[in-house]
Design a protein around this ligand. Structure first.
Ligand SMILES: [Zn+2]
Length: 170
């Protein structure tokens, strides 16, 4: 009986330590649910963006607000490599394989969030506005399965490149 209890304790503590990977923090670029303003200069997810991307997103957000009353938020911006890896690990868990997970979450080596070249826009009305209108600022939707994922991918007023079907296609 006593040895069974010891085994149980060992199993439980092993299970706990397997889930005890360090949580992503604001310093990794994690953003609270609901997103933050693109004008938040203090948050690492905004501060570590490519300045040209950041400026374009801010200009576009001003137009969305002025013309349509839309409050665009950044739901994800710059991410540390560690945070990206964690998101990928979680996606593998969720989708069952790396191949499937890669359609939704890139590797740290390939993710444009890690080098500050991408933002995710929310809520849906704002993402929709950006995907249709923000090419005026050089901003483009990149993946057809991610309306919210925006990169600086053309010249202001230019044409966006053909969309990739998903992150794995890049
Ligand atoms: Zn994204």
């Amino acid at each position: 009986m006593k040895s069974a209890l010891v085994v149980l304790v060992l199993v439980l503590s092993a299970a706990c330590s397997a889930q005890a990977a360090p949580a992503a923090t604001q310093a990794d670029g994690e953003i609270e649910k609901g997103g933050i303003s693109p004008f938040d200069n203090d948050h690492p997810a905004i501060r570590n963006l490519d300045p040209a991307l950041r400026d374009a997103v801010r200009q576009a957000a001003k137009e969305a607000k002025a013309t349509r009353g839309i409050d665009a938020k950044i739901t994800s911006g710059w991410r540390s490599r560690q945070y990206q890896q964690r998101l990928l690990d979680e996606a593998v868990e969720k989708y069952g394989s790396l191949d499937e997970a890669r359609k939704f979450v890139n590797t740290p080596e390939k993710s444009t969030h890690v080098n500050g070249k991408a933002v995710d826009i929310g809520p849906t009305d704002a993402a929709d506005w950006f995907s249709r209108k923000a090419a005026a600022y050089g901003l483009c939707q990149i993946y057809s399965n991610e309306m919210w994922h925006i990169e600086l991918a053309t010249t202001p007023g230019g044409e966006c490149p053909p969309m990739l079907s998903n992150a794995a296609a890049g």
